[in-house]
Ligand binder design. Structure first.
Ligand code: SAM
Length: 340
């Protein structure tokens, strides 16, 4: 898909040869219109005109949207009508990844591993039972249920970016839980929370600085953040298998995950204003009961969304074929504890 962005000539140098990667310093701008669409479509194409410097076949065009958000150039295509190179760049605005819809029914059926991790994370919350606690990225509510148990006189607010996930959560708890669909990057609570729980969610969000700023604002002073997500090295064996299975629709795509290190997470939490910060990694290999459904739903969902429907099953099979039996996902959890 190519949307037109604002045109801006890049710096002039040796013209790029058609069909070869080119690089060049400079920035491009994306019109407000394209930026808004990118929140729906995520991928937007930006047309650049000008001549780019070619250097060691590396793509070095960097992008900036009008509001300064970074964009990663993932694929490009150069043609040379006449004397000037016309470069069409498909870029991914890494800050603009909106939440996607999940197959909530299959997730609910196959998410025992996430529930098992989640129970341990909830146990790290010291609760009196009357607090107001937010579950940030509640999924179908299997982990939210532990919060409900622990808050007999309290309030549970459950937020998720997927409408289907929120619908399952609502069905599970009715009025007992205030559940609504919202991108955590847009989160605004009517009343701040005493604590925030989040499990298996943050690594789906590219911009942790923006995320932590939102969560900080959603907490009362002194409120706690207790969270866990995929961290550095998470599912490395799956990532290797996925990278080995090429598909043109995924070429150059940076992938859906942000597996951060404890050190960078500590810095980001501190920048957002948190104190009493603890972050650490916890290896946790998983052998799912139904590997096909688990991998397709919990791991490959964002990949499969990008493929033509007919290619989804063969793609999943090709990834699974690269994994020895019994299928093991080498999860590495990143734990976060912090206080506002
Ligand atoms: C693996 S599920 C975890 C759900 C639940 N916490 C659990 O442990 O079962 C990840 C969840 O994060 C949600 N999510 C991803 N990005 C999000 C975002 N930007 N805002 C809100 N929710 C998001 C997804 O919709 C999905 O429900």
């Amino acid at each position: 898909m190519a949307l037109s962005g604002m045109m801006r000539d890049l710096s002039i140098g040796t013209p790029a040869r058609a069909g070869t990667p080119a690089c060049g310093p400079g920035t491009f701008r994306v019109s407000k219109h394209a930026l808004l669409l990118s929140r729906v479509e995520w991928v937007h194409g930006v047309k650049l005109s000008g001549m780019l410097l070619g250097k060691r076949n590396r793509i070095m065009v960097s992008g900036k949207c009008t509001d300064g958000w970074p964009a990663r150039v993932a694929r490009w295509d150069a043609r040379r009508p006449g004397t000037s190179a016309s470069i069409s760049v498909v870029c991914y605005n890494v800050r603009c990844m909106p939440p996607r819809e999940w197959d909530a029914a299959t997730y609910d059926r196959t998410s025992l591993p996430q529930e098992t991790w989640g129970r341990e994370v909830v146990d790290r919350l010291d609760l009196q039972g009357n607090e107001r606690v937010l579950d940030a990225g509640c999924g179908t509510g299997r982990v939210t249920a532990f919060l409900v148990e622990r808050l007999p006189r309290g309030e549970v607010v459950a937020v998720d970016g997927s409408e289907a996930m929120v619908a399952e959560t609502r069905q599970r708890f009715g009025d007992r839980v205030e559940a609504f669909a919202c991108d955590l990057l847009d989160l605004e609570l009517e009343r701040p929370a005493d604590a925030i729980l989040s499990t298996a969610t943050f690594h789906w969000i590219a911009d942790h600085d923006a995320l932590f700023a939102r969560l900080h604002a959603a907490l009362k002073p002194g409120g706690r953040l207790v969270a866990q997500c995929g961290g550095a090295g998470n599912i490395a064996n799956l990532v290797e298998a996925i990278e080995a299975v090429a598909h043109p629709a995924l070429a150059g795509w940076p992938g859906p995950w942000n597996f951060a290190t404890p050190a960078e997470t500590t810095q980001r939490l501190a920048r957002a204003g948190f104190t009493d910060i603890w972050t650490w990694l916890q290896p946790w290999p998983v052998q799912p009961e139904d590997p096909r459904a688990f991998v397709a739903t919990s791991i490959l969902g964002a990949h499969l969304d990008r493929l033509p429907a007919a290619d989804r099953e063969p793609y999943t099979n090709a990834v699974l074929d690269r994994l020895p039996e019994p299928v093991t996902a080498n999860y590495v959890r990143l734990n976060l504890l912090a206080r506002r």
